[in-house]
Design a binder for this molecule. Sequence first.
Ligand code: FMN
Length: 166
Amino acid sequence: MNKNAFRQLSYGVYVVSTWDKGRATGCTANSAMQITSEPATIAVSINHDNYTNQCIQDTGKFAISILGEHSSPGIIGTFGFKSGRDSDKFGEVEQTVKGFLPVVADACAYIVCEVIDKMETSTHTVFLGKVLDADMLKEDAPMTYAYYHNVIKGKSPKNAPTYIAE
Ligand SMILES: Cc1cc2nc3c(=O)[nH]c(=O)nc-3n(C[C@H](O)[C@H](O)[C@H](O)COP(=O)(O)O)c2cc1C
């Protein structure tokens, strides 16, 4: 199997967020996709070891902040290379509450979902979310995963579904 073929799939760069007993938390994710239009449903794939997974299981809700090319690249690092278990990520990144969920203020759009189903794989939970609210936050081109790799020169850690060992 040539895993380089997987690198030809296109994604965006997002922060998937929720509450941790009243405190905002979340993680960087590329694995968000729209499943249906009416009713609007979205899926995300979150590693079992990510604290965000446990928090989404507890709250039954998640938000997706769609990062733009002008969003601070530091957001991806804060949410993608630290764990909410031992760090207060939204203490470092400005948040705004939309549809009763915390989202990244410096994003170009957000989508708020209620978990209506989930599927377990050996490493990740695929959460299926019914969209409760969505809106634009600012004018910006949404950041693609290719932009993150080619322009920002970012990396993907082991818990990202797209991780390929060197
Ligand atoms: C660009 C990028 C994409 C990522 N995509 C995902 C993803 O789709 N799903 C996932 O579970 N983790 C993904 N990760 C990894 C998590 O963001 C990372 O493991 C994070 O530290 C988990 O934080 P938490 O323990 O607070 O949930 C990604 C990380 C980066 C930098």
